[in-house]
Design a protein around this ligand. Structure first.
Ligand code: ZN
Length: 268
């Protein structure tokens, strides 16, 4: 009977969720916004304790953080971010010669110094950050978990019957950047959303394409940071981003006097 009762309650709950779980972006997400926040906090704590991630302390690099915070806040405040108020939107610099940035559920963003030094303009970095904000805001990890773990396990987590499973998932996400890799559909969705966000900012709206352009120009498309994942190809992504910017008729001029070179020079 216990099994039957559980199944019935699961079916009733699932029915309720189907009616109520379309989120701010009109996606069906079983996880609540609070589940995203809780999972993100757990992932951030694990990243904080994991020596493979060399975190740059805010106290040691106040100028670099003030530059980066200003950029993140420009996008968050003007970019029409659905979960602007609910998520933490905390950004951390990671030291290392890695061409990558990533974001957890709930809005913890991580940017490698290697990526910042590789890019040429503030607009290019703003594009990548807009892309990462979009992954969190569009709740891509929670939507992935639905596919990976299935409704039954997620329901048991949501019902509070399986707290250890949530910790396990957080560990898997924190353990490798692959835990935050996304499908072609989600990458394209984040690229498009980055253009939409940045259309309202001081930055070029299509800055996210410049990273792919630079990789293509230097023949370096073999690496696989998550936003570089081979599908869709950099060519396709550049073309889609250009088309999106044209559809929005948004400003593609680079920001003058952005101070980006000084920002780069302030990094270890
Ligand atoms: Zn991405």
């Amino acid at each position: 009977m216990k099994i039957l009762r559980y199944s019935l309650s699961a079916i009733v709950l699932f029915g309720m969720i189907l009616f109520s779980a379309c989120d701010e972006n009109n996606n069906l997400v079983l996880f609540s916004v609070q589940n995203d926040i809780d999972l993100g906090a757990q992932v951030a704590e694990q990243i904080n304790n994991d020596p493979q991630y060399v975190k740059m302390a805010r106290a040691d690099y106040p100028e670099a953080y003030s530059y980066l915070d200003a950029m993140v806040n420009e996008i968050l405040d003007k970019g029409d971010v659905a979960y602007r108020e609910e998520f933490v939107w905390d950004v951390t610099l990671l030291e290392g010669d890695v061409l990558n940035a990533f974001a957890t559920p709930g809005g913890y963003i991580y940017v490698y110094t290697g990526l910042i030094k590789y890019l040429d303009n503030a607009d290019d970095l703003a594009g990548v950050i807009g892309h990462e904000i979009a992954h969190a805001d569009l709740r891509h990890t929670s939507r992935n978990l639905q596919k990976q773990y299935g409704v039954q396990i997620l329901l048991s987590i949501i019902l509070g019957e399986n707290a250890s499973q949530l910790a396990t998932i957080a560990g898997q996400i924190a353990g490798s950047v692959a835990g935050l890799s996304f499908s072609r559909e989600f990458e394209s969705e984040s690229d498009a959303r980055a253009v939409e966000y940045n259309a309202n900012t001081i930055y070029a709206c299509d800055g996210v394409k410049n990273f792919f352009q630079k990789l293509e120009d230097s023949g370096q498309t073999g690496g696989t940071p998550e936003f570089l994942s081979t599908h869709p190809s950099p060519d396709t992504r550049i073309a889609d981003i250009v088309a999106k910017a044209q559809a929005l008729s948004c400003d593609t001029d680079l920001l003058a006097n952005s101070g980006y070179a000084d920002f780069q020079a302030s990094l270890p």
